[in-house]
Design a binder for this molecule. Sequence first.
Ligand SMILES: C[S@@+](CC[C@H](N)C(=O)[O-])C[C@H]1O[C@@H](n2cnc3c(N)ncnc32)[C@H](O)[C@@H]1O
Length: 403
Amino acid sequence: MLKFSLSASSTQLVINVLDLVLSRGKPLDRAYSEFFSGQRLESEELARITIVTGDILRRLNLYCYLASVEPEEIERLGSRLLNVWHQFHDLELPKLEYSLPIDQKEYAIRLEEAKQNEALWDGCPEWLDELGQKSLGDSWAAERKALTFMPKRYLRVNELKGNREELATALLAEHITTKQVDGVDSALEVTSNSALFRSETFKKGLFEQQDAGSQLVAAAVDAQPGMRVIDACAGAGGKTLHIAAQMQGKGRLLAMDVEQWKLDALKQRARRNGAHNVETRIIASSKTIKRLKLSADRVLLDVPCSGLGVLKRNPDAKWRDTSERLPVLINLQKEILQSYSRMVKPGGILIYATCSIMPQENREQVDLFLENNSDFRLIEDENISPAKTGFDGFYLAKLERVS
Ligand SMILES: C[S@@+](CC[C@H](N)C(=O)[O-])C[C@H]1O[C@@H](n2cnc3c(N)ncnc32)[C@H](O)[C@@H]1O
């Protein structure tokens, strides 16, 4: 975790970020940018702050239990939470000017109690534990544990500008060390604690930061040069850019989303990547989809989902209204799958994907779709399990339009 304690100012920053996320409902990435944009922090200190904040959010209920603090009380009682976090990890307590002490007797009792409760120990809220048990049965405990670990940093080589070996060499020249990832040809794992986005290698567009599991999803699209490909829930283009590299700049790649700001970010990234065959289009109404009927060799539907496969990276989803949103998301996924599948041409392939590990958003959606659409057949599907791979959790299914 950390080799030495956080400074007082960094501890206070962690408390502020946690308060913004837990009391005011800010997504974690926006809370970071709100607090960090005005600060002149060294990249190492920034990394340490995000390591601690991420770990606290991954096991929030455990640390809150040990500190006897409610998540809504962080602003007032956050110093005790941070003291407990340091003690739990055998670190000296941070030297805050005003800080609430730990009741050592109470802490010792609570620690023993927490050890008996596996879900609490893994930082899992009750609603999620129930859902996981019900949906995944015996495999849930391993997934729950895997989702408590700090996410590794993975890069995707931009094959429009070089290969994986050349990228590793260029990074090493900037003191960024990496290693290859078994089973994911496009991926490197970053093994040093370096700031990636300040590197010249990044500015030149030689890589993107992208989880290895996400790279497996884009690889399954198997887009060939010259094809017509649609990425219909493209967001800021993590997978679009990977598909562009598969197409070697030849053919037509249409990236669509309902949010223009994401497509704007995608355009900027595409320029840096040298991905010149990417076109963006906002989905303004169902007509946008209808006009593209039977037009594409490949359609990727990386649908909006609960994010329950990527909790290592986005642990705040555990402490939001994710359980209430789940039925709404499942309905939206069903509608997108039904409506957007019209864009696949006969013989073309639809790739349905989520960053969830829950069957309700995955295989069950695909089975329902196949029941109602006999012109599609399932080629294969895959669960990318955090427990088995160490990557983020994803699901993908490849469906062919047979007539
Ligand atoms: C899982 S994210 C996509 C991530 C992206 N493919 C990537 O790899 O970076 C889902 C995306 O679907 C978009 N979305 C939400 N509702 C949509 C809809 N009805 N049609 C198309 N996209 C939608 C969201 O704005 C979001 O960007």
